[in-house]
Design a protein around this ligand. Structure first.
Ligand code: NAP
Ligand code: MG
Length: 462
């Protein structure tokens, strides 16, 4: 795999200030596929200064000019889609088809949506005797995880650029190659020097330096709740705006009137895709007691069909973590009906698609985010019981409701404490705001709500 040995700062690839490197490993075969520099606080500082210097001119561009650059960026992502897919498959391990259809395709849709929004958004409005201007918030620190590595970058950088902000990105250490490819795409799209900057490096070093940098105006973070809490505290102390997209433990609620087989099969596919490494995955399936046994059998059959086709999880640590959750599920009395803790392959960080039945709401596997291909099926007595179970975690990122009648599903969904609900298998919409209730986060990404995160208002009274 192609890897730059520098950082993309101020419009070019410049050498890192320190000697440290990160080895990028293919999780399917455990081979090193590239090396990138591990940035230091000094690299971060250089990048933030470049972003600060580029801010006044970029913030002053007409929205139509920013829209043109975003359209060009979208077009480069289309041209280089195959390269994106191959890179994500190599460093994340997802099957190539999934990389093509999701990891490469969704960023094109999101970049395109912000090209359009930049051109059409009301950056100026009237309110009584005032004119309200929506101005860029300034220099943005973007810190992203590895699970949808390009999507998470584009979901921050595209709206930031549309708003007129400049950016320093610190991508996940496991997936820096697609971030470098993205920097190339930004360059090819003709985005001016310093508007977008990339510092590869480790979370506790480069990430922490970036999140705490005094000259950053907004920190936008996607990742674990533990790190997000720390970043939120640092930003709060500095009176800095922060956006946090954190963990999830979403419920897939199957009401008795639903098409059970469809709801179960789509639910299993949702959890197993990307090897379960999806923050919004419906990892808890809630089924009425009278349909419970049938649902468990359907889910076990569906999961068994996947085998190792789902691809590995991202690294050895994640594999060990997921397997220990599976062991905990068994130890706490849940019933294993598919998969288990043993790895299905000798090489690579694989985990068997796993389904647990007889899971109760208080069990660890029903409360904590596992971030692997593990589904828990819970039994409910009636609708009120289902609602209590669905809302009974610290998270509230996503969810699903299935019912024979759409209105019935909507009525239930309105009572869920969560940011997104798919009704009877509703499709992903890149314009819909994405983000969490409760400890799943602060703020929203995507669409016009995602753009608003990067803006602040100035009111002029007449
Ligand atoms: P993570 O450890 O929190 O890492 C996320 C990013 O933060 C990485 O770039 C990481 O660098 C960096 N980081 C780590 N420690 C840091 C620190 N002290 N200061 C600043 N930055 C730091 O998360 P992960 O385990 O890699 O990713 C999976 C998590 O992301 C899951 O919990 C998942 O639910 C969540 N997620 C949430 C959403 C959402 O939209 N709500 C979307 C996707 C994923 P390194 O790579 O070097 O560790
Ligand atoms: Mg990490």
């Amino acid at each position: 795999m192609k890897a730059h040995d520098g950082m993309y700062i101020d419009g070019g690839w410049r050498p890192a200030t320190g000697p440290d490197v990160i080895e990028v490993v293919n999780p399917a075969d455990e081979q090193v596929i590239g090396r990138v520099p591990a940035g230091t606080a000094e690299d971060v500082d250089i990048a933030v200064r470049a972003a600060r210097a580029a801010l006044p001119a970029w913030a002053a561009t007409a929205p139509a000019d920013r829209a043109a650059r975003l359209t060009a960026l979208r077009d480069v992502l289309v041209t280089r889609a195959e390269e994106v897919a191959e890179t994500v498959t190599a460093e994340l391990g997802s099957p190539l088809k999934f990389s093509q259809n999701v990891h490469a395709a969704v960023p094109v849709a999101v970049a395109g949506s912000y090209a359009e929004l930049a051109a059409t958004y009301a950056f100026e409005e009237k309110a009584g005797n005032s004119t309200v201007y929506h101005e860029p918030i300034g220099v943005v620190a973007a810190i992203t995880p590895w699970n949808y590595p390009l999507h998470q970058i584009v979901a921050k950088v595209a709206p930031a650029l549309a708003a007129g902000c400049t950016v320093v990105l610190k991508p996940a250490e496991d997936t820096p190659l697609v971030a470098q490819l993205f920097a190339e795409a930004v360059h090819e799209a003709g985005v001016p020097a310093g508007v977008f900057n990339l510092v590869t490096g480790l979370g506790p070093v480069a990430g922490q330096a970036l999140a705490g940098h005094p000259d950053v105006d907004l920190v936008s973070f996607t990742g674990s709740t533990a790190v997000g809490r720390q970043i939120g505290a640092t930003a709060g102390a500095a009176v800095k705006k922060v956006a946090l997209e954190l963990g999830g433990k979403s419920a897939n609620v199957i009401l008795p009137s639903a098409d059970l087989a469809k709801a179960v099969n789509v639910g299993v596919a949702n959890v197993m895709s990307n090897s379960g490494q999806t923050c919004s995955a419906w990892t808890r399936m809630l089924v009425h007691r009278e349909q419970y046994d049938e649902a468990v059998e359907l889910a076990a059959t569906a999961a068994a069909k996947y085998g190792d086709r789902i691809g590995p999880v991202v690294n050895a640590k994640q594999q060990a973590r997921v397997r220990s959750y599976i062991e905990k599920g068994v130890a706490e009395g849940a019933r294993l009906v598919a998969g288990g803790p043993e790895s299905p392959c000798e090489q690579g960080y694989f985990v068997s698609p796993t389904v647990f039945a007889d899971v109760t709401p208080d069990m660890t596997i029903a409360q904590e985010e596992i971030f692997g291909p593990v589904l828990s099926i819970l039994r409910y007595e009636d609708e009120e019981d289902a609602l209590r179970i669905a809302n009974g975690t610290v998270y509230g990122l996503a969810g699903a409701v299935w019912a024979g009648d759409e209105a019935e599903a909507v009525a239930f969904a309105r009572r869920l404490e969560t940011g997104q609900v798919d009704i009877n298998g509703g499709r992903f919409n890149p314009l819909a705001p994405f983000g969490g209730y409760k400890q799943s986060g602060v703020g929203r990404e995507l669409g016009s709500h995602g753009l608003a995160e990067y803006l602040q208002t100035k009111s002029l009274q007449f």
